[in-house]
Design a protein around this ligand. Structure first.
Ligand code: NAP
Length: 254
């Protein structure tokens, strides 16, 4: 356990909006000082303002998680302005969907760079602060697409890759008090799923309704559904839960 729980610092990547913003706000209300990372620092203002006006502490940090120098500078700044991080949520993500025969090498590489290289770089930079504290919590955002999804050969490979990444982190870091788990969301209402509807030429409300009909709990997910699961996984009491993939998808996935 951290020596001073009041000084806990969490990093959430891709937290300007969507799931990342929901997670950042939840962790702030759980008592963490939250570093809100996104590509554009000014885009983080809405998340940071919401946290601060609710009485929490947050820092906007502009960084590209796929760039090593950018990641190292971001983590250094977080350490000096908020304190050493003991929680990392690798949430930043992009889609570049297309059928395999039409997918460009650039679209393959872009998705791998943000999800896989980004999570690797962020985790490498943050983990030394966790091992020094003998306490840490890493949560990686996978997806039900890891099980295969038409038009997402790049994204599904990256999201399946994150599951292997997570399990290996759990094996390597467990003896330092650091857990690593993955959350695999199903359909969550964000700009990412809105963009998918637009790409398919479907009205977003119709798209949500269609998806909700396929989901056992009969609704689409919200960022708060993922934030709640993150809150559990990063809690001190979850120290015996590691290397797991939790599907937060409103029903069973195989
Ligand atoms: P979103 O609304 O598109 O938000 C993703 C955020 O990540 C954006 O603010 C984006 O910034 C940022 N980002 C992209 N590339 C980045 C980079 N290189 N460095 C730093 N930040 C970067 O997506 P979301 O729906 O909240 O998804 C969040 C995570 O959950 C992703 O990993 C996604 O794959 C996963 N997920 C989502 C769903 C879903 O149904 N929504 C389901 C399963 C998994 P810009 O706006 O500047 O691009």
């Amino acid at each position: 356990m951290p020596e001073n729980p009041e000084s806990r610092t969490a990093i959430v990547t891709g937290a300007a909006r969507g799931i990342g913003a929901g997670v950042a706000k939840r962790l702030a209300s759980d008592g963490f000082k939250v570093a809100v990372i996104d590509l554009d620092e000014s885009a983080c203002a809405a998340t940071v303002d919401a946290i601060v006006s609710a009485g929490g502490a947050a820092l906007a940090v502009g960084a590209d998680v796929s760039d090593a120098a950018s990641v190292d500078a971001a983590v250094e700044r977080i350490v000096s302005e908020l304190g050493p991080p003991t929680v990392l949520v690798n949430n930043a993500g992009i889609t570049r969907d297309n059928l395999l025969f039409k997918m460009t090498v650039e679209d393959w590489d872009a998705v791998m760079a943000v999800h896989l290289r980004g999570s690797f770089l962020m985790t490498k930079a943050a983990q030394k602060h966790m091992t020094e504290a003998k306490f840490g919590r890493i949560v990686n955002l996978s997806s039900t697409s890891a099980l295969g999804n038409r038009g997402q050969v790049n994204y599904s490979a990256a999201k399946a890759g994150l599951q292997g990444f997570t399990k290996t982190l759990a094996i390597e870091l467990g003896k330092f008090g650091v857990t690593a788990n993955a959350i695999a969301p199903g359909f969550i209402e964000t700009e990412m799923t809105a963009a998918t509807a637009e790409r398919l030429g479907v009205d977003f409300e119709d798209f949500k309704k269609f998806n909700a009909e396929q989901i056992p709990v009969a609704r689409v997910g919200q960022p708060e559904d993922i934030a709640h699961t993150v809150s559990f996984l990063v809690s001190e009491g979850a120290g015996f839960v590691s290397g797991q993939v939790i599907y937060v998808a409103g029903g069973p996935k195989d």
